[in-house]
Structure formats: C-alpha cells, structure tokens
Design a protein around this ligand. Structure first.
Ligand code: F6P
Length: 544
C-alpha cells in the first residue's frame, strides 16, 4: 500500500477548495466565458482519439490548480504507480488490480507474486483468436455437424455488462452471419426468450463467470445444458461442442462438465467490472474478429499509457475524476448523467453503472474508518437524442445539479441523409443550453407574457463535459472505457476507498439462499424473518 496520506478533509487542498467553493459557487459560466475568449479552446485535453472539452464546467483556473493539488496530496501518482506495478492495492481481498496487464503489449513485464503475467495474457488471447477463427470460419462444428450460427453469452454483472455493451457498441464491425444473445437474469424469461427461435444444433454457449459459482449464471447454464441435450439426443458428448467457459475456476468448470480444454482463463487480479477486455470478451472477439479485438486492446493501452505518464493537468482520466469529486463533494451533486449521442453506445450507461457504483459505492476508507464525505455518485443515462424527450427537462430546469458527460462522434458509421448533422447539432445545443441558459430579459424580448416568463427562463450554469471523437472504432471504444476505468480510480484514491472490492453485494445473496428453500418447500415452514418478509414469503407461496 502507498505511504499513508492525511485524512481527506484534513488535507490543505481540501480546505482551500472549501474556501474557494464559497467564492466561485455563484459565478456563472456566462461570465467565465465572457472573461476569457480562449476558454473553450484552453480547457481541453486530447489523447487516443478522444477530445475532452471541459470548459463548460464550473471551474476557474484556480479550481483546477487546487484539484490538482488535492490529487498530489492524495498521493495519486504513487497509487497509479502501485497499480501498474502489480501491488495488492485491493486490500480487503488481498489482490493486485491489473486490468492494465490485459492490454499490455507482448513483451511487456508486469510481475505478480514473482510471475510475469503478460505472457499468460497473450497465451489466452492467442487461444481465443484461434477459437474465434474456427467459429467464424465454420470450421468448428456442433454435435450434429452443423456450423455454429448463434452465440449466447451466459453471465451477469461484469461477465455480462461489458460483453453486451461491447457487442452493441461494435455491431458495425461484427459478423452479421452470427447471431449474438446475452442471458444474465435468473428470471427464466431471459433464457426462454433468448433461445426461443434458435436451433440448438447451431448454438454455442459461452458460460462466463469469474467464480463459476454465481447463482444466476449457474442456473442459466444448467438450463442451457438441459435445452441443448434435450434437442441433441441426450448425448453428453454434445456439451464439448456447444459449451465453452470463461473463468478463473478450472475445478468448477470441470465439475459442470465443460472440458477445461474449452476454458478460457483469466485471473483473480482482474475485477469482474474491469474484465471486458479479458477472456470475458470472448463473445466480443467472436463478433468482431481477433484483429478488431486487438485494436480494441490497443485503444485501452493508449489510454493506460496516457494515464500512467501524462502530467495531471492534461491527463483526461485525472481531470474527469477530479471534476466528479468537485461536484460530488463541494456542490453536493448526487449523480452524473452519461449521455452518448450514438445509438451504438446505448448500453454504455448501464455498463458504467457497475464500473462506477460497484467500485466507489463505499462508506468506509481503506483503513475501515467511516467516511465523513460523500463518495461515488449515481451514474445514469440514455443515448441522445432520446433522453432529450424524457428527462432533460429536470437537468435544464429542475432544482438538482446534474453534471453531464456528453459523448459524440463527428462522423457517423451510418451516414443517412441529414441525420448526423441533426444528431450533432442536438448534442452541441444541449451543452450550450445547459451552460448559458436563457435569461428573463431574453425571454421577455421574445414577446412572452410576464406571467409565463419564469416558466421559460433557463438559469444555465449547468456543467457538462463534451467527449468528442471522430468515429466509433474498436480502438476508440477501448480508450473510452479505459478513460472511465481510470477516472473511477482517481475518485477512489481521493476518497481513500478500496475501489476493487464489492462486499455490499454479499448480504442479499446470502439471504436469498435462505429464502429459496422456504419458497420451494412443500410443507409450511416456520419463518424466522421480520414480519414483512415472512408475510411476503407466505403470499408468494400461495402464488397470490
Ligand atoms: O455480485 C456482484 C458480482 O460479484 C460482480 O462483481 C461480478 O461482476 C458479478 O457478480 C459476476 O460474478 P462472476 O463473474 O463470478 O459470475
């Protein structure tokens, strides 16, 4: 672990930010822009094809300086180095945190417990590539000799959200002869609907689970096995042709009946929500091919290198992480809206929810002390322009401050008449409207009657980041995901959290295990829960 740092609220930069906040909280973006003609070009940073314009944030140069000072006082540099060195910075689980090793170039060296892990990473990537080539080329046949046309990833959380998001995001690059589905929910509807129109003889299941013990995944995998075997004559030899596994747990994979030769490995130093570029991305590689997958990894790696080595003042993940701290802890913002203006990124906000909230939704520090400040904000969002016709009203005129991350591409992958100009015009207009608003004088000047004026005023001064790139490519997606991964890291370092454990998901799992037999039992059992839970269990048993 890095050298001890002072408690967050005792750091000089924190105190200075508190005082500074009082001075700047009423300053309007209109004035900040009016005072500095270059602001929109100055408060920008660029790397790996991603251009970040953070000028529409409620910051002055002094704010940025103080936030950077806070990063220094929080030993951010040391913590970044510790992560890249493979130190066990996930202290509560005693693990290294090395998703950056997943995209390290062949020949790099990152040592965990005396072992250079990079050759292992590339061995698995090579195995994935060979497998993907056989499936995509029709060489890998199902049990009856038919080629595989459908791929179903079974997984949940990090073993689902990354694969789904990446598949949707990179659909443009995918092999359209293959059908991809993703089953995550233990609700049988998810599985039933996913397989309804598929031929088991042409269907491959990828059972993706780091632990290979997750209730939802194992239940769905069992149903998938039954569904396949029933249609394929009950011969268990069919499992080898229709099931592969992605896991860290070879023993459990073998117990399930999947040949470990058909298992793609990853390691305990890869957190579930940081695993979409590990073997968990097998479905992604099957969809877009090994070459595009390598381009995706290159994009991740470019952002890693930037995060590791760029000065903080032009380091995109550092700037974005610090801005989130600024709004969460000083303005009291409760959420961050992520608003991609690209239909292919429709699952990106959902993906980010696990990445951000499972990482920084914590109430104690690394040392187990209760924090005295807010930690991880709620991330949410929808693609534009859809969100504009739904919740933007609140962002523009509501009482809450909602910092927004807009994501846009100057070129469309589907240029169609004037659609793209309209899409881009909308994202630019939203950021402009949020920042500058519309004053009562402007509203009146349009001839609005006095009684209606307050309703039509936009206060403005609502902050946003604009992340602009040329085209959505595999490399670009890698850089974008890594940007958020590292931004989350920055926030966690400032807040002194273990961003890599997730103890908060345990209790519900344990209680569910207790309730399952109570629901399934033939006899009425004595229930030992609270009166509400007892009553609800009884109602469910009556199917009422
Ligand atoms: O319940 C939360 C969680 O542990 C996530 O962190 C993880 O991504 C998900 O469950 C799935 O876990 P596994 O890959 O082990 O099935």
């Amino acid at each position: 672990m890095a050298a001890r740092v002072r408690a967050l609220t005792r750091r000089p930069a924190w105190k200075a930010l508190q005082a500074h906040y009082k001075q700047v909280r009423t300053r309007h973006l209109r004035d900040l822009f009016a005072d500095d003609a270059q602001r929109g070009e100055r408060l920008t940073a660029e790397v790996a094809g991603l251009y970040l314009d953070y000028s529409k944030n409620r910051v002055t140069d002094e704010t940025v300086e103080l936030l950077l000072q806070l990063a220094e006082e929080s030993s951010l540099r040391e913590r970044i180095d510790a992560m890249f060195r493979g130190e066990k910075i996930n202290v509560t689980e005693g693990r290294a945190v090395l998703h950056v090793a997943l995209r390290a170039p062949r020949g790099a060296s990152i040592v965990v417990d005396g072992d250079n892990v990079v050759p292992h990473v590339h061995a698995v990537l090579d195995k994935m590539a060979a497998f993907a080539t056989r499936i995509r080329g029709g060489e890998w046949k199902g049990h009856t000799g038919k080629r595989i046309r459908n791929v179903i990833n079974i997984g949940i959380g990090g073993s689902d959200l990354g694969p789904v998001m990446a598949y949707e995001a990179l659909r443009h690059y995918s092999d359209r002869a293959l059908t991809f589905r993703f089953v995550s929910n233990v609700d049988g509807t998810d599985f039933a609907e996913a397989v309804r129109d598929l031929d088991p003889a042409e269907t491959l299941f990828i059972v993706s689970s780091k632990t290979f013990t997750t209730l939802e995944t194992m239940t769905n995998a069992q149903s998938a096995r039954d569904w396949s075997l029933q249609a394929l004559g009950g011969d268990t030899a069919a499992v080898a042709k229709h099931f592969v596994a992605v896991s860290t747990n070879g023993t459990k994979v073998a117990e399930f009946g999947i040949d470990t030769a058909n298992m793609f490995e990853f390691w305990d130093w890869v957190g579930g929500r940081y695993s979409m570029d590990s073997a968990i991305g097998l479905s992604t590689m099957l969809a877009i091919g090994p070459e595009n997958f390598r381009a995706l990894l290159d994009g991740f790696q470019q952002m890693d290198e930037h995060f590791r080595s760029a000065p903080f003042k032009r380091n995109l993940p550092v700037l974005m992480g610090l801005l989130t701290v600024w709004y969460s802890n000083f303005f009291g913002a409760q959420t961050v809206a992520v608003l991609p203006y690209d239909q292919y990124l429709k699952r990106f906000p959902a993906y980010l929810q696990q990445l951000t909230m499972e990482s920084n939704g914590k109430r104690v520090t690394l040392e187990g002390k209760a924090v005295t400040y807010d930690t991880g904000p709620i991330y949410w969002g929808e693609p534009g322009t859809n969100g504009q016709h739904s919740f933007y009203q609140l962002i523009h005129q509501g009482t809450r401050l909602v910092p927004c991350d807009f994501i846009a591409f100057s070129q469309s992958l589907n240029p169609l008449a004037r659609h793209h100009a309209m899409l881009l015009a909308n994202v630019l207009a939203q950021a402009e409207a949020l920042a500058f608003g519309k004053t009562a004088d402007q509203v009146r000047a349009e001839g609005t009657p006095d009684w209606l004026v307050p309703h039509r005023v936009f206060d403005g001064n609502r902050p946003s980041n604009m992340i602009l790139a040329e085209r959505l490519t595999p490399a670009l997606l890698g850089a974008l995901v890594a940007l958020y991964e590292h931004s989350v890291f920055v926030q966690g370092v400032i807040w002194q959290l273990d961003s890599f454990d997730q103890w908060g998901v345990e209790l519900g799992k344990v209680l569910a295990q207790r309730i399952i037999p109570e629901l399934e039992s033939r006899e009425e059992r004595e229930l030992g829960h609270d009166s509400s839970t007892n009553n609800l269990i009884r109602r469910c048993r009556r199917r009422g």
